[in-house]
Design a binder for this molecule. Structure first.
Ligand code: DAH
Length: 345
């Protein structure tokens, strides 16, 4: 019996010393077996009374040694596993992060509205075309059926470059029409967003720089009905599914017939009365069928091809959508203004 108990103790000691604790599960198995409340060493102490007197002391000491060995191994393994866990989290720390919270920026309202317009027309198959802001007189005016001395040139006060009367800051994105029509052949279906400039006194209503989006569709058999349907789709995507539009006859040198499009805004409050001048209708854009002269100027056969065009101010759309009443706000970059667009993108 005494030999058996000693042998059993020695076997256990071997097991304890050889036990590999590499993770939390193994540590838990070890704890239950050798150091927990119901550990396997404890009952061996009860065997002392069965041991021959001369061996009692040695056996007792051996059991104590075994108990301490198990506790020591357990404590060391705990420290080791904790260190590993710590070093894992240290490795995951992003040292490039700022110690202070970083303030999130916002998109500029002009970009937000510009992107929205692009999204709508992209769905209809339009692609985005961009061109220069410093234009020549021909692309900005002459090709667009606005020759020198044409009274329509007075409609747009132009910034000419000092070095030459031939170069100017484009007064409208319609210049992209003549750029494209001279370099590409139909079918053409593009929208051209960009910045334009006019020599105007800066006020709450007008600015010397602003943004426009131009649209142009040229192919065989393009009709006014196509224009109307395209613009109705745009208005309802932009201003809501039930938006009504109306087209009023107007005049632009580069379109014939020409029209201005209004959307029905409603007359719900005082502001609506003021901005719609009591009519409930708001002008949104200019449009029309591309004048055959323009096609001719750009070497596109006006007998074979027809097309429609339209142009709108982005600031105007943004002011209506977000009820902004001073165009200068877009160019001052006051963070208190810009921060209001945090949730829109
Ligand atoms: N270019 C015009 C403007 O700046 C807007 C415009 C009107 C563009 C009619 C067009 C159009 O393409 O067909 O006021």
């Amino acid at each position: 019996m005494s030999v058996n108990a000693f042998d059993k103790a020695k076997e256990l000691m071997e097991e304890i010393k050889n036990f590999k604790i590499n993770n939390e599960q193994e540590k838990e198995i070890f704890r239950k077996r050798f150091v927990g409340a119901k550990n396997i060493i404890k009952p061996l102490f009860g065997e002392i009374r069965n041991i021959a007197n001369e061996d009692k002391k040695a056996f007792g000491q051996y059991l104590n040694e075994m108990k301490q060995t198990a506790e020591k191994i357990f404590a060391e393994a705990s420290v080791k596993l904790e260190m590993i866990a710590d070093s894992n989290t240290t490795q995951n720390i992003d040292l490039t992060r700022s110690a202070e919270p970083i303030k999130l920026g916002t998109r500029h309202p002009i970009s937000i509205v510009n992107n929205k317009i692009i999204d709508i027309f992209t769905k209809l198959g339009f692609t985005v075309a961009e061109d220069r802001e410093i234009e020549d007189d021909w692309h900005n005016f002459t090709a667009m059926n606005t020759p020198e001395d044409h009274p329509a040139r007075d409609m747009q006060d132009t910034f000419y470059l000092k070095d030459s009367v031939e170069r100017l800051l484009r007064t409208h994105t319609s210049s992209v029409q003549s750029r494209l029509m001279t370099s590409t052949k139909p079918p053409i279906r593009i929208i051209a967003p960009g910045r334009v400039y006019r020599n105007e006194t800066i006020s709450a209503r007008s600015h010397a720089q602003f943004h426009q989006v131009e649209g142009l569709y040229i192919d065989e058999g393009v009709s006014f009905a196509d224009l109307k349907q395209t613009l109705l789709y745009f208005a309802q995507e932009m201003y809501g599914k039930n938006t009504k539009i109306r087209l009023r006859p107007s005049y632009f040198p580069f379109t014939e017939p020409s029209a201005e499009m209004d959307v029905y805004w409603g007359l719900n409050d005082e502001v609506d009365y003021r901005i719609t001048k009591g009519t409930g209708w708001l002008e949104i854009l200019g449009c029309g069928m591309v004048d055959p002269n323009v096609l001719d100027n750009c070497d596109i056969d006006p007998v074979k091809y027809t097309g429609f065009a339209f142009g709108m101010g982005i600031e105007r759309q943004a002011m209506l959508l977000h009820r902004i009443d001073d165009i200068r706000a877009f160019f001052e970059n006051d963070v208190r203004f810009l921060e209001q667009f945090k949730s829109v993108f």
